[in-house]
Design a protein around this ligand. Structure first.
Ligand code: ADP
Ligand code: ASP
Ligand code: MG
Length: 412
């Protein structure tokens, strides 16, 4: 007997017919003699719809009330799945975040501080199935919170850790983790397994198949994850530690995958005085405002001259970033503030980079071969990222996928 947390994403929960199918997958697991707890997302599109309502109500909405509104999508689907399971003769009940409780701090992008496993242990003991809304938690004051977009993955992994589940199955609309987004590159290949480290890096540079935080948590808590399709009965992809990756009979490639992120905006400050304090004067107020600066490029000036400073911020933080810097234009002393939201960050990730020079050069050559201009570059131990004009997203991802030898023989 295994103990499993099963998570179903928005597409899998979109409508009663699909919820019925999800219920049949849960039933199959339970009938095989396993213990299952289920985490569900809101129906596809629902969270976007609810966020839009908040924006229409007021552009400067209160995060506490935002959470009250957007957490409701998951409440609906968890009740509907419990009703459906009960209709199949199973002993299922929904438990909201506050009923367990899933304790979190902060609104809109709450962090999970702890989950009480008591209620769930009792449900397991009684042979029941707990259905839990993903994405939501509760503060110490009893206020409803949400965990940030894609947060149901994190709810599922956190629950799996809390009840010491044997694994966390993430059911979604693709049948595993691919070498890149299979919706952009039909020749993307499904990976039988990836390490936490690689998946963490892929997710953090835009592969939205798993929320980044869920992977970090799984790595810390050693929760094996399986990503699989709720529509097709196929093996899926395991996300596991380095120690277990060898169990999967697979050829390890230098590059694991390519990801892209359109959620970054470029900011360029021209003619920044070349003084030791200038760079700090730019980034300190952004950091104070909680704005995450990612790629940074500074031109090296000739003696006594000024330099240009280019960096990226999340697109949603661009207006605030502009306001902060414009207010300090005199103090910092730059000439102009230019910004562009029509950019994309494309990244290649792979542990093979540690021991192989030339991966970055290969990237620049492949992009240059197609005339794609690079606006900024950043690297880490197992990743190379470039910022390019957004219109080249698909071309760049395809070209790099081919250049690194990742294409499947046949489109699947
Ligand atoms: P869910 O609603 O089930 O949480 P998401 O939309 O959040 O699903 O994540 C699944 C999507 O992630 C897929 O439809 C796919 O387009 C996208 N995706 C991006 N990169 C990858 C990748 N490397 N492998 C698989 N899917 C990917
Ligand atoms: N419904 C939430 C979202 O769309 C959480 C999730 O699906 O993971 O972001
Ligand atoms: Mg998701």
């Amino acid at each position: 007997m295994a103990r499993i947390v099963m998570k179903f994403g928005g597409t899998s929960m979109a409508g009663i017919e699909r919820i019925r199918h999800v219920a049949s997958l849960v039933k199959r697991e339970v009938e095989a003699g396993n213990q299952a707890a289920v985490v569900v997302s809101a129906m596809a599109g629902e969270t976007d719809r609810l966020i839009q309502f908040c924006r229409e109500a007021s552009s400067l909405y209160d995060p506490r009330e935002y959470d009250v509104v957007v957490a409701s999508g998951e409440q609906v689907t968890s009740g509907l799945l419990a009703i459906t399971l009960q209709g199949m003769g199973l002993n299922a009940r929904s438990y909201m975040g506050w009923q367990l409780p899933i304790r979190t701090s902060g609104h809109a992008t709450g962090l999970i501080e702890g989950i009480d496993a008591q209620v769930l242990e009792r449900v397991f003991d009684e042979g029941g199935i707990a259905v839990i809304p993903g994405f939501q938690g509760v503060t110490e004051h009893g206020d409803v919170t949400t965990l940030g977009r894609g947060g149901s993955d994190t709810s599922a992994v956190a629950l799996a850790a809390a009840v010491k589940a044997d694994r966390c199955d993430i059911y979604t609309d693709v049948d595993g983790v691919y070498t890149t987004d299979p919706r952009i590159v039909p020749r993307a290949r499904k990976l039988p397994a990836v390490t936490y480290e690689e998946m963490l890096e892929l997710a953090s540079v835009g592969a939205k198949v798993l929320q980044t935080r869920s992977v970090g948590l799984a790595m810390r808590e050693k929760v094996p994850i399986r990503v699989l399709s709720s529509f097709e009965d196929r093996p899926g992809t395991w996300v596991v530690g380095d120690d277990r990756i060898g169990d999967f009979d697979m050829e390890r490639q230098l590059i694991t995958g390519i990801a892209y992120d359109k959620n970054e905006a470029r900011v360029t400050l021209t003619a920044v005085p070349h003084k030791a304090a200038s760079v700090a004067a730019v980034f300190a107020p952004l950091a104070d405002a909680g704005i995450n600066v990612d790629m940074i490029v500074q031109s090296v000036p000739r003696e006594g001259q000024e330099s240009d400073l280019t960096f990226t911020v999340p697109t949603a933080a661009l207006p605030q970033s502009r306001a902060i810097l414009e207010e300090r234009q005199g103090a910092i002393g730059f000439a102009e503030l230019l910004s562009d939201v029509n950019v994309v960050k494309v990244s290649a990730v792979g542990v093979g980079m540690r021991s192989n020079a030339g991966i970055a050069a290969q990237m620049f050559e492949a992009l240059a071969g197609r005339g794609i201009q690079i606006l900024a570059i950043s690297t880490s131990e197992i990743k190379v990222s470039v910022l390019i004009p957004e219109e080249y997203t698909e071309l760049a991802v395809r070209v790099l996928h081919t250049a690194y030898g990742l294409d499947a023989e046949e489109a699947e």
